[in-house]
Design a protein around this ligand. Structure first.
Ligand code: C5P
Length: 227
């Protein structure tokens, strides 16, 4: 992939947010990383926060299907302690079982609220030098940052998304197929903030696009909307 060129540094003190949603394997993380580098913004993969919570639940032997009021308190406390600098530090975050627990927990209203509070806290208190964010996930354009300056819905055919996921992992591919389909179904049908397309989102279908083409298209949209 071509290295993106850093084109501008934003002048404003109010952080700018570019919001990206899409299902697993759509390419949204790659596009988010590219836009962050190109426009000199920080990138937050919000799925990693849900995965962090999933890992916490597994490490503490809690039942994601039956959390008590006490569990709720400790999990909410844990979310406030998540460090954006080490969001991706644990290799277990990438495991299918972590993603599955994350997706179950992501259906709970109080977890979504706590994660959103965490995201708002980052954007309200950006570290020195950070003038804006690219945030990707499932509800960033619709629920978390509906006023983002540019919004994207990234998608791709199911078989292409599955092949991408299989290439990224050493886990058994039949597990990936079953788990990804199940997660996509759960994420799109849950009652609270399901994955949907925001009315004013740019839709990029990456099925037949190279990484360069997809990133270039997204970058043009950002230039059009935000600068
Ligand atoms: O994007 P990733 O696959 O890492 O996300 C893991 C899970 O976290 C998703 O399957 C989804 O259930 C949840 N998620 C969410 N809202 C977000 C980001 C992720 O519900 N904004």
């Amino acid at each position: 992939m071509q290295q993106p060129q850093i084109r501008q540094t934003l002048p404003s003190k109010t952080p700018l947010v570019i919001a990206i949603d899409g299902p697993s394997g759509s390419g949204k993380g790659t596009i988010a990383g590219y836009l962050a580098a190109q426009f000199n913004l920080a990138h937050i993969d919000s799925g990693l926060i849900y995965r962090q919570v999933g890992l916490y639940v597994m490490d503490h032997h809690l039942d994601p299907d039956d959390l008590s009021a006490k569990d709720e308190e400790v999990i909410k406390d844990f979310i406030t302690t998540i460090d954006p600098k080490t969001l991706d530090a644990d290799a277990r975050l990438r495991l299918e079982k972590t993603a599955n627990v994350a997706s179950k927990l992501a259906a709970l209203d109080w977890i979504r609220k706590a994660v959103n509070q965490w995201l708002y806290a980052q954007v309200d208190n950006p570290p020195e030098g950070v003038v804006g964010y690219v945030i990707d996930g499932r509800d960033i354009t619709t629920a978390v940052f509906p006023n983002a300056c540019a919004k994207f819905y990234i998608t791709a055919d199911e078989h292409v998304r599955l092949e991408r996921r299989k290439k990224e992992t050493l886990e058994v591919s039949s597990h990936i197929t079953r788990n990804m389909n199940e997660r996509d179904r759960r994420d799109a049908t849950r009652k609270i903030d399901p994955l949907t397309v925001a009315v004013d989102a740019f839709i990029i279908d990456t099925t037949h696009l190279s990484i360069d083409e997809a990133c270039h298209n997204a970058s043009q949209c950002v230039t059009e909307r935000c600068f």
